[in-house]
Every structure is written in C-alpha cells, then in structure tokens.
Design a protein around this ligand. Structure first.
Ligand SMILES: NC(=O)c1ccc[n+]([C@@H]2O[C@H](COP(=O)([O-])OP(=O)(O)OC[C@H]3O[C@@H](n4cnc5c(N)ncnc54)[C@H](O)[C@@H]3O)[C@@H](O)[C@H]2O)c1
Length: 385
C-alpha cells in the first residue's frame, strides 16, 4: 500500500488482484484527482448514475472526464434496487449503442451498489467487455460492492441471479461523498465494516465497537467527526476485501467468509420482501445469529459472544415482528450458497477469525435464530417502555 500526495488531496492506494491488478484509491476529495488517475481508455465515456447522486456529483465527474479529453454522455436512472434489472440493463446498453461507444469506451459507475452492479454488468457484456471505472458513493459500495469484481442484476426469480465477474480498471473512493449519504444508508455500510472486523481483523472490530457502544444513534456523525478513523476503517476494509478476493476471485472457499451473517440476513430480507430491512441491517441481524451459533456449537467463547451480541444489539434496527425461526430456516435452505444439500455457515472461532462450517445441527440454528429475534424484540420493547 502506497501513499500518494498531490495538491491537497491525500490518497491511499490498495491494489487488488494478482493478474490484471487494479488500484483502489481512497481519500477525502479524491474526485478532484479523477482526471489524472483515469486509466488509458478510448475517446468516449458514459457515466451511469442515479437521480440522488447525479444531483450532487455528476457535474464534477463529467467535468473531470472532459478535462481528460473524453466525450462524455450520462444516463441518470431512478434510485433503488428495482433499477438492477434486465429492463435497465437494456436501457444502459441501448444508450451505449446510441452514443457510438466502442470496445475502448469507458463506463463510469457513479453511485451506490445498485449503479455499480448494473453499470459493471453492462460494461462486462457490451461488445464482450469495455473498460469500467467505479466511483462508489455509499459506504457499502466503497467497502464492499465496488471491490472484487462481482457485477449483476436481479431477475424476477431472485436477487443477483444474472451477473459476471468483471474487474474495473480503477476504483475511486471519495470519503467526502459520504457527507450527503442518508444516516440509515451510512449505518448499512457501517454494518459491513463491523463484518470485516469480526471475520478478519479484531483491532478494526474493537475500534468500531467502541463507536457503536458510545454513539449507537449517531454513527454517521461520529465517523464523519473523526476523519482519521473513517479513512482507517475504510482502508482496512478495502485491504481485507482485496486480500480475500485476490486469493479467491470466484468464491470457491476463502471468499465465502465475506458472507458472514448473510445466509441468515438474506432469509430475513426475502421473508420481508426486501421492504423492511436495508441489506446492512439484515446483515447485523444475521451476524448476531451467527455469533450465537458460533457459541452454541462450541467454537466461540461464550463471554466473547455475549459481548459482541450486546454491541450488535445497539445497532439501530427495524422491528423483527413476523419473522419466525422455522420459516427463516426453510428460506435459508433455498440459498444459492447451499453445498451438496447442506447449509454452509460462516462462524467465528474468535473475534477476528472466521471459518466455514457445514456440520451444525438444525436445532442449534433454530435456537440461534430464536434467541436473536427474542433479544431484538426485547430491545425494542425496552426502548418503547
Ligand atoms: N457486487 C458486490 O460484490 C456487492 C456486494 C454487496 C452489495 N451489492 C449490491 O449493492 C446494492 C446495494 O448498494 P447500496 O447499499 O450502495 O444501495 P444503493 O445503490 O441503492 O444506494 C442507496 C441509496 O443512497 C443513495 N446515494 C448513493 N450515494 C449517495 C450519496 N453520496 N449521497 C446521497 N445519496 C446517495 C442512492 O441514490 C440510493 O437511494 C444491492 O443491490 C446489493 O446486491 C453488491
């Protein structure tokens, strides 16, 4: 990892991959550096973004691309998960054709994970692949979806069912864009940061845990007020993701630990039809279940598990009413991460060390779900009472 300084914008660089390596630059105000960081591309650029992000950042990004002598077109899409669909993929591809883009033209994904996944997928299939630049503007996209090369869309039949592994040529993370991110969206990204700490880096987890314990209702303000901590946490998370995907691009083994809390979380999202929880919120719920299961199955020390559970309990969460252990378990068995008919769980041996496990009993899984749902309901009653 190298530090680059230019003008008043300090950037940290993390390289991802062993062949076709690409850089992730992280900094505050790094959008100012887009012009000189662009990899060599053809003459045209299409910026794909959504309405919320376009209003705030599209003029700056388009300007920076023009300064790099590119002809710039943009496509502004409706915000939200529904945009990650065949219909909008067609819209992006049609715009690329109409704009006369070639195989050398660059697609710039400016926005959260929805825009990143959709535009990334479009770049991967347009004329069998054209250059891609990711400019993630949500915390979740900065620490997770923009790094690692997974792109895709949802089908009517399920989430992320069509997609590709396709690496960008550049990821530019500007921490300043988080200023305008709604607090709840910020929290969802914070959840992914907690995940990296729990599975891979105890010191990162401890730093974040302390923020969560002190400012559970003001995570965004607390992190923005401490730019050093924010930048350190994002950089560590990106480094962890880079290390894991470099070792296991196609999710054969090690990359699976990134799914910590996700098998449970996906079931909660699906059973509430993606309307109640943001992904990160469901992941926190799922991480509590996974931590309880780690203790129940004898892996994680009970006291350590209890501490993590107490901290996760402070994370702001929608109500869990209506979720039940058995339907959740049935839903989990439909997960695409099933192997040979067995559910694979990511569990903790200790804080900072995750393992994959296929040998836990149904009874233990149901108990970990039940305890978590009861705990969440009690926390909610306590807040109201
Ligand atoms: N490819 C991967 O590896 C990967 C990993 C994790 C998640 N994902 C995908 O990411 C998607 C979720 O991404 P997300 O959480 O970023 O959601 P999102 O893209 O829907 O963005 C959340 C909201 O924040 C708004 N927004 C974005 N940046 C903003 C800013 N700086 N200021 C103000 N508003 C802003 C957006 O307009 C949107 O309303 C899901 O579809 C998920 O499947 C992909």
């Amino acid at each position: 990892m190298a530090k680059r300084t230019a003008g008043d914008t300090d950037l940290t660089r993390v390289d991802v991959g062993d062949k076709d390596t690409y850089p992730v630059y992280i900094g505050t105000g790094s959008l100012n550096r887009l012009t000189d960081l662009l990899p060599g591309v053809g003459r045209q650029a299409l910026v794909v973004t959504d309405r919320h992000v376009a209003r705030r950042y599209l003029p700056r990004v388009s300007g920076a691309l023009r300064d790099a002598d590119l002809q710039v077109k943009s496509l502004v899409l409706p915000p939200g998960e529904r945009t990650k669909s065949i219909r909008f993929l067609q819209r992006v591809l049609a715009k690329m054709v109409r704009s006369g883009m070639t195989r050398g033209s660059v697609v710039v994904a400016l926005g959260g994970g929805v825009v990143g996944d959709l535009a990334g997928f479009a770049a991967s299939v347009y004329m069998r692949g054209c250059p891609l630049v990711q400019i993630p503007t949500t915390l979740l996209a900065q620490v997770d979806s923009s790094v690692g090369g997974k792109t895709g869309i949802n089908l009517k039949q399920g989430k992320n069912l069509a997609g590709s592994f396709y690496n960008p040529g550049l990821v530019l993370v500007d921490l300043q864009t988080l200023d305008t991110l709604p607090a709840r969206e910020f929290n969802a990204g914070f959840a992914e940061l907690l995940k990296y700490g729990l599975i891979f880096n105890e010191p990162l987890y401890r730093e974040l845990e302390s923020v969560l314990n002190r400012y559970p209702r003001g995570l965004k303000e607390a992190l923005l007020a401490d730019p050093g901590l924010l930048s350190r946490a994002v950089t560590r998370a990106v480094k962890i993701k880079a290390e894991i995907v470099t070792a296991d691009m196609r999710e054969n083994d090690l990359r699976m630990i990134l799914n910590f809390g996700h098998t449970f979380g996906h079931a909660a999202e699906q059973l509430t039809r993606y309307r109640r929880f943001l992904h990160g919120e469901a992941v926190v719920l799922g991480m509590e279940m996974a931590v309880r299961l780690s203790a129940l199955s004898g892996r994680l020390d009970r006291e350590a598990a209890g501490q993590v559970v107490a901290s996760l309990g402070r994370f702001p969460m929608p109500r869990v009413g209506g979720l039940r252990p058995r339907p959740m378990y049935r839903q989990m068995r439909r997960d695409k991460k099933m192997r040979d008919g067995r559910l694979t769980f990511i569990l903790l041996d200790e804080v900072g060390t995750a393992v994959t496990e296929t040998g836990v009993s149904r009874k233990q899984v149901l108990q970990s779900i039940r305890e978590t749902l009861d705990n969440r309901a009690a926390i909610r009653r306590g807040r109201r009472g």
